[in-house]
Write a protein that binds this ligand. Structure first.
Ligand code: ATP
Ligand code: MG
Length: 418
């Protein structure tokens, strides 16, 4: 038997309604804020991610699905959505259009990671990007949209963690402070942290190794190193969120994994998820577009992992109702079955979800199948019904039935009598 590749997952028909709920909620929420959907290729030139995501990030150093195509070009399955949107924004001349530019995406993304619960090699994201505004209101709008999305899904045990990692100047001072703090311990930390100590000590705060976490807990916090402008920006973001009634915790340990962030960074986390607790992460990345060759343009955005969201919905027992068949039409003999087929088509034209027998089951077996479908209404047709032009309509929950003329069935079923 050929098996699914490691770290991938099938979505089965029985799970489709959950996925659709998440995707529909994402679209509806994004559109409330004026974001329009954008689709970019599943793979891009490798260089886009190396430059866009940042070549010291875990994604670029360890996790990319990179290969040579038949023309010997190095291409990479997208590990995230931001770089592709930025490339398209520049390439398609959208910089000349109305600002701010607002786009959202629903995509699959690929990272070569060690698979575990909530960590896959192919996973799915809902993301949003807002370009062209350095204002705190842009950060607050994007965070409000993420918050509204999660609440619209019925999730209540999610916490918003907020931080500011300042501008380049703030981070240079902070990196120095971190190096001074970690210097006596760095020999006892993991190999990755030894490299991070040299290249980007802020990353050490994001380390998931227990042996490193015990050192990071007491590390100096970024907020004490913010310049006046960055501090004022962060205060205003918090002020706007307070006004909108969006609760958050300031968490100085949120630094985000990607190289391009500045100022606001945030994560929405769930206590229902164990180790992989972040369902949605984002922030401001004012240098990304410039880094990709565009004229400088401030930007802020987020991405949510759909698999993790679905895990939290299950853990929180969020009720999502699946639309079941409005009726099942059972035929007792061959002629009745043919009529059932035609009636089913008629009722579907009226917008009803209808199932009928396709495998030649006995009436008893058909009723059993209808019960499995959770269908409350069963329409039964036999010789007598064909002769009289009236079907027997059974309410399976109340075990009651009524006779209804064939040409009145659509009206009757749409009437929502039960
Ligand atoms: P983590 O710290 O868990 O590795 P990350 O910082 O790498 O997350 P981002 O790049 O910010 O994650 O991606 C945004 C969201 O996408 C995450 O919050 C998570 O919900 C989801 N995500 C990231 N990587 C994976 C993965 N390998 N499998 C499933 N979901 C993922
Ligand atoms: Mg990661």
């Amino acid at each position: 038997m050929i098996r699914i590749p490691k770290g991938c997952k099938d979505m089965l028909p029985s799970e489709a309604y959950l996925w659709h709920t998440v995707e529909d909620t994402a679209r509806e929420t994004a559109e409330l804020y004026g974001f329009k959907e954008m689709r970019t290729p599943t793979f891009e030139h490798t260089e886009l991610f190396a430059r866009g995501v940042g070549d010291t990030s875990d994604i670029v150093t360890k996790e990319m699905y990179t290969f040579l195509d038949k023309g010997e070009r190095s291409v990479t399955l997208r590990p995230e959505g931001t770089a592709g949107v930025a490339r398209a924004f520049i390439e398609d001349g959208l910089q000349g259009g109305p600002m701010p530019f607002k786009a959202y995406y629903l995509i699959s993304a690929f990272r070569y990671e060690r698979p575990q619960a909530g960590r896959l090699r192919e996973f799915h994201q809902f993301g949003a990007e807002l370009y062209g505004s350095p204002e705190p209101s842009a950060d607050a709008e994007v965070i409000a949209m993420a918050d509204r999305f999660l609440k619209a899904l019925g999730l209540s045990r999610i916490v918003l963690r907020l931080n500011s990692i300042g501008c380049k100047a703030c981070r240079a001072r902070y990196a120095e402070a971190l190096r001074n703090f970690f210097r006596p311990h760095v020999d006892e930390m993991c190999e990755d942290c030894k490299v991070r100590f040299q290249k980007n000590p802020m990353r050490m705060l994001d380390c998931k190794e227990q042996s490193c976490k015990k050192f990071t807990a007491a590390a100096p916090v970024m907020l004490d190193y913010l310049c006046d402008d960055c501090r004022a920006h962060f205060e205003e973001v918090k002020h706007l969120l307070d006004g909108a009634g969006i609760s958050y915790t300031v968490d100085p340990h949120i630094v985000r994994g990607l190289d391009y962030y500045s100022r606001t960074v945030f994560e929405f986390t769930s206590d229902a998820l164990g180790a992989q607790s972040t369902v949605l992460g984002g922030g401001r990345y004012d240098t990304l577009l410039e880094q990709l060759g565009a004229k400088p343009s401030p930007a802020v955005g987020f991405a949510a992992g759909l698999e993790r969201l679905i895990m939290v919905m299950n853990a929180e027992d969020v009720a999502v109702s699946e639309r079941v068949a409005d009726c099942y039409i059972a035929g007792m003999d061959e002629a009745s079955r043919k009529k059932a087929f035609l009636l089913a088509e008629e009722l579907r034209s009226a917008g009803l979800i209808v199932e009928t027998d396709l495998v030649g089951r006995s009436l008893k077996a058909q009723l059993k199948y209808a019960d499995k479908l959770n269908t409350r209404r069963v329409i039964i047709i036999g010789e007598d019904e064909l002769a009289s032009g009236e079907a027997e309509v059974k309410d399976m929950f109340l075990s009651k039935s009524e006779r209804v003329k064939f040409d009145a069935l659509a009206q009757y079923c749409k009437g929502g009598k039960f």
